[in-house]
Design a binder for this molecule. Structure first.
Ligand code: ASP
Length: 341
């Protein structure tokens, strides 16, 4: 077997940040050479190259243009490398991992996102372990086939499907949650892969989708939400898709004005995707009276999809110019294992 080749893509985030001397605020820093940042990588028997984003960013500054660059870096290097590790800020990692899962159709190689809560230069950093294990997972194979041919997030001893995660903690090392899908692997002395839960390779050619449409909004319901707010959001010029964050199993107020506003928006061609505010469990429209109306007027149930995945999936599908019934079907179909019907 030939030597495994990996590409580490450094996009920024805390993992590679330093404190600004004047203000003390953390900002991304270009270490120049990967081995300077992590000399221990030299102990692996892999050929590891790196690609550094310019500028390196705090992930709060992620944009669709950033996703397109990331997808292009992976596709341009797809044949040359056996796996990819993406160093990324944790704040929007779940969005980027979700989006990349949609953009990279027929992915048959690992794309493992990781980052850290403390910069790698800090003595107690969680970054070193996350980074080293992410590299090992990206390289791991069974005979000639990668063990994780999908987009995943490795963080604090767990490998999670990228499009199933949320960042749920701003300071614990254990920062990511996959409320509706089991870990793809758990890491202790051994890396124990949950093989049955990992997507199977389809051995087709990678297809990269870079057309994204950002005419999307998220509306989170709360008791007391006013008609003005709902109508202002639905009146946004050019709005095509609305992620409606509902309560529990997909429930919403039954007030006439509320249902009427949604109905009118749907008639105007806006697709409304019902996603629960809960971190676990699924939307079941019709289970309660408070969701039956939504179903009746044509709101699309998102099952157990995360908001991060719903937003990026909507941008991706609108970018494919899907509309009407076709869009509804695609939203309710698991494309990359992002939802369970
Ligand atoms: N603000 C940082 C970022 O998301 C936080 C982190 O990396 O953990 O880029």
């Amino acid at each position: 077997m030939s030597q495994i080749a990996l590409l580490v893509i450094n996009t920024g985030g805390t993992i590679g940040m330093v404190a600004d001397k004047q203000t003390g605020a953390l900002k991304p820093f270009d270490f120049g050479n990967l081995y300077q940042m992590m000399p221990v990588l030299g102990n692996f028997d892999y050929a590891i190259d790196s690609y550094t984003f310019n500028p390196l960013i705090d992930s709060s500054n992620v944009t669709p243009a950033f996703w397109i660059e990331l997808a292009n870096v992976i596709s341009n290097n797809y044949e040359k490398y056996d796996g990819f590790v993406v160093l990324h800020g944790t704040d929007t990692m779940a969005y980027s991992a979700s989006m990349l899962s949609f953009m990279l159709e027929n992915l048959n190689k690992p794309v493992i996102f990781t980052g850290s809560q403390l910069p790698i230069g800090v003595v107690r950093s969680d970054g070193r372990d996350n980074f080293i294990t992410a590299v090992e997972i990206a390289a791991d194979r069974q005979f000639d086939t990668p063990k994780v041919p999908e987009v995943a997030i490795y963080f604090e001893n767990k490998l999670l499907r990228g499009n199933r995660t949320n960042k749920f903690n701003a300071e614990n090392f254990n920062a990511f949650l996959s409320g509706n899908y089991p870990p793809l692997a758990e890491v202790g002395v051994y890396i124990r892969y949950n093989t049955d839960s990992i997507l199977k390779p389809n051995f087709r050619n990678l297809k990269v989708h870079t057309a994204l449409n950002t005419s999307v909004a998220v509306l989170k319901l709360f008791p007391g939400i006013s008609q003005n707010i709902v109508n202002a959001v639905l009146a946004i010029d050019g709005l095509k898709g609305l992620i409606l964050e509902t309560y529990g199993a997909g429930n919403a107020p039954t007030d006439e004005w509320f249902v009427d506003s949604l109905r009118t928006a749907i008639e105007r061609g806006i697709t409304i995707y019902n996603v629960t505010q809960c971190k676990g469990g699924s939307v079941e429209m019709g289970k309660y009276e408070t969701s039956a109306m939504l179903e009746k007027i044509g709101v699309v149930g998102g099952f157990d999809i995360t908001t991060e995945s719903a937003v990026t999936k909507m941008m991706f599908l609108l970018g494919q110019n899907l509309t009407g019934h076709e869009l509804v079907i695609a939203l309710q179909t698991p494309l990359r294992g992002e939802l369970t019907v």
